[in-house]
Every structure is written in C-alpha cells, then in structure tokens.
Design a protein. Sequence first.
Length: 81
Amino acid sequence: MLRHEFRPGRLVAGLFFTLAGVVYAGDAGGLWETPWFAVIPLVVAGLCLAGATAAVTRALRRRSGRGRGIPAEAGGPDQVA
C-alpha cells in the first residue's frame, strides 16, 4: 500500500466541514434548531485555522529540510552519492 504525506491542514479543514455537516444534520433530524447563517462562521473559522496549520507545517518542514514528500534518508536531487 502506498503511503502518503500527512497534511494536518487538510485534517483541520475536514474536521470543521464534518462539524458543519453534523450541525445541519441535527437540524434536519429535528434535534435542534439551527439558523441558516450559523454555519458560515464555523466554515470560515475552519478554513482560517486550516490555512494557519498548513503554513506552520510548511515552515517546519522547510526548516527541517524535508519537503515535497522526499524522506530525509532518501536524499534529494541536490545530494551527490
């Protein structure tokens, strides 16, 4: 099975979109009453947090020298054997 790079920004965005879906599903199921505009701040906050998380992750990966999914022990195009 191929492994993929972990992207915490996408995880945060997915969690907030899932939460927005749960809020609307609860409203549709009759568990509570949700105004139509209540999810907008939730989605905007989620996207802002996801962007900040992605920026921090990118800065940390650039600082450690890892980037573009190349493992640290595999070397990169700039390393000569």
